[in-house]
Design a binder for this molecule. Structure first.
Ligand SMILES: [Zn+2]
Length: 191
């Protein structure tokens, strides 16, 4: 079932929060509510929020988590490797290979450690969409590996894994920067 995507630019950095919306049922997964609760809630519109999905636990990705959670009451998913960042607040673990239902659609979780131990990317196979977290960015950037818990070798392997996902074309939806949604060929190159 078709999933649509909306980008909400939040925070002063800026950071991209995404809404993954089932076109048929109106269910919405909120990805990385980094800041600006009001903007995110306004973007939800008539949609029915079903969960918050976190790519990892860095502050610029979870800044509005408590507010959004309080306002919507939806469960929050994060990989166990990063769950410490949000304390005991994770409602369900995001594990490699699992699928999260968003209305009639499915979002697959890929564990992509390197930037943080519990980094994940979200993949919508039917739409060829990847929510990369801080693994890779548009324009040639890759995630920082000079932070506590980072691992450059793991990051490299994770990028390979993500770029080899089966899709004719992959659209990488980066979380950082003022970037437009943009198509990118799946060439297998690191970007
Ligand atoms: Zn990060």
């Amino acid at each position: 079932m078709k999933l649509g995507v909306e980008r909400v630019e939040v925070g002063p950095w800026p950071m991209n929060c995404y809404l993954i919306r089932c076109q048929a049922t109106g269910s919405v997964a909120i990805v990385d509510p980094g800041a600006d609760r009001e903007l995110i809630l306004a973007a939800l519109g008539e949609g029915e929020p079903c969960c918050v999905l976190l790519t990892h636990g860095h502050p610029d990705h979870i800044g509005a988590l408590d507010d959004v959670r309080r306002a919507t009451g939806v469960p929050v998913g994060i990989h166990p490797g990063d769950a410490g960042a949000i304390g005991a607040d994770a409602d369900f673990p995001l594990l490699d290979g699992m699928e999260v239902e968003v209305g009639g659609g499915r979002v697959r979780v890929h564990h992509v450690p390197g930037h943080t131990p519990g980094s994940v990317s979200f993949y919508c196979q039917g739409e060829g969409l990847i929510f990369s977290g801080d693994l890779i960015f548009l324009g040639g950037g890759r995630g920082r590996t000079d932070l506590e818990g980072s691992n450059p070798g793991e990051l490299k392997n994770s990028i390979k894994k993500i770029l080899s996902l089966p899709a004719e074309r992959l659209s990488i939806l980066a979380m950082g920067g003022r970037q437009r949604l943009r198509k990118r060929e799946n060439t297998g190159r690191n970007c």
